[in-house]
Write a protein that binds this ligand. Structure first.
Ligand code: SAH
Ligand code: SF4
Length: 400
């Protein structure tokens, strides 16, 4: 068990840093911080822009780097704040280049406990996608999803969502002037992280205000500069919030559909009892900006003998008629204790063939990072296992 002593603090209350970090804050948040550091109102806008550039364009981790900011202000900021990112508990790199970070969040608000979340980086030849979490756990309990079995839930702050991107770029060496990491694949693109998907832990539309702020920071052209067309929010179908997401933020939308009739969807995605398939598809039809160039992604997890028949493939295509859609077939990722199995490969091929013939291209999501349990629906399970092992290590070291 000697490999795990660094995990032990996860079970104890982590001492919160006496100085809060500015990394991940919105412009309004930075402006308030500058006010606290004594910067007069009239200068704050200009100073905010300077901080913004250093934090989000250059990836600064210390105020000392900010050479166009006066020494006095740098000192005043350093006295009160840091640019620290949340702690990385573990980093795993898959043989296929997928990376997974287990990140410890310090206590926030009334919640006095630290929590862990995961972020996953998936490199491809022409792009690099970062899958971020929006909540610790999830309240929605979809029956095929391991995250949904976790009882403990808290919303992430916008800063905690943005920090996942900062951490990924730090670790990959994805800031201007930095050397790219050589262990593992990175895409042949100017930036290693080109896309963000909200497909990690949590239901992003149950934390929409913070998700919106995070998208604001991530898409800002003077900083992280990932356009909204490269940011995808995946939802299990929180219908009223889909409209708000479209009107107030406007990223790409992905819908976790998984079934073509309400009886089955009620079982797989219990939220369907509140917002059924018809209401969900109506919200999709009304999603602003959806067009053939900006299609809505429909995710469909392949569950053996449950939702994978030819008839369901045909029904799926029929349901989506008239919606600018992409279909993403996801091989089910099993987890310990689940009652589901992944459909056989031939079945997935046959299903995808029907979908393909109806005009939807290359729809199967290739499993990535399976050796490090980086796939959807497995997030957090690994964390909990590590926790249990860490407890074992501290409580009964002689047992191993
Ligand atoms: N809560 C949001 C986003 C996070 S889940 C949502 O449900 O859309 C991201 C995607 O992973 C969803 O499509 C979800 O249905 C899928 N997923 C969850 N568990 C899975 C599993 N065990 N195997 C494959 N996909 C899974
Ligand atoms: Fe929550 Fe999404 Fe998992 Fe459903 S699939 S339990 S909404 S994270």
């Amino acid at each position: 068990m000697s490999a795990l002593p660094d995990l032990a603090p996860a079970t104890a209350a982590a001492a919160p840093s006496p100085r809060p970090s500015l990394a991940g804050l919105t412009r309004a948040g930075l402006s308030d911080a500058l006010g606290e550091a004594g910067v007069p109102e009239r200068e704050r806008r200009m100073r905010t822009n300077q901080l913004w550039h250093w934090i989000y364009h250059r990836g600064a981790v210390s105020f000392d780097e900010m050479t166009n900011v006066s020494k006095t202000l740098r000192a005043a900021l350093a006295e009160r704040f840091t640019l620290e990112r949340p702690e990385i508990v573990t980093e795993q790199i898959s043989t296929d280049g997928t990376r997974k970070w287990l990140i410890r969040l310090p206590p926030s608000g009334k919640d006095t406990r630290p929590h862990e979340i995961e972020a996953v980086y998936i490199p491809e030849s022409d792009r690099g996608t970062l899958c971020v979490s929006s909540q610790v756990g999830c309240t929605l309990a979809c029956t095929f999803c391991h995250t949904g079995t976790q009882t403990l839930v808290r919303n992430l702050t916008a800063a905690e969502i943005v920090a996942q991107l900062l951490i990924a770029r730090d670790r990959i060496g994805d800031w201007p002037g930095m050397e790219r990491a050589k262990d593992g694949l990175v895409p042949d693109a100017e930036r290693a992280v080109t896309n963000i998907v909200f497909m990690g832990m949590g239901e992003p539309l149950y934390n929409l205000d913070e998700v919106k702020d995070a998208i604001e920071v991530i898409s800002d052209g003077d900083g992280l500069s990932l356009s909204r067309r490269r940011i995808t929010v995946s939802t299990s179908g929180v219908v009223p919030e889909i409209e708000r997401l479209g009107a107030e933020s406007g990223p790409m939308l992905a819908i976790s559909l998984h079934a073509t009739h309400d009886k089955l969807r009620n079982e797989l995605v219990p939220l369907n009892k509140k917002y059924d398939i018809r209401a969900l598809l109506d919200a999709c039809r009304a999603y602003p900006g959806a067009s053939n160039a900006r299609r809505i992604t429909f995710e469909y997890v392949m569950l053996k003998g449950v939702n994978d028949s030819d008839a369901e493939a045909r029904e799926l295509v029929r349901l989506l008629k008239g919606i600018p859609a992409k279909i993403n077939l996801i091989p089910f990722n099993p987890w310990p204790g689940t009652k589901y199995e992944c459909s056989d490969w031939e079945r997935i091929e046959q299903f995808s063939e029907i979908v393909f013939r109806a005009g939807y291209a290359s729809p199967v999501r290739t499993p990535r990072g399976r050796d490090i349990l980086a796939a959807c629906g497995q997030l957090k399970s690994a964390t909990e296992r590590l926790r249990a092992r860490a407890r074992l290590a501290t409580e009964a070291p002689e047992a191993e």
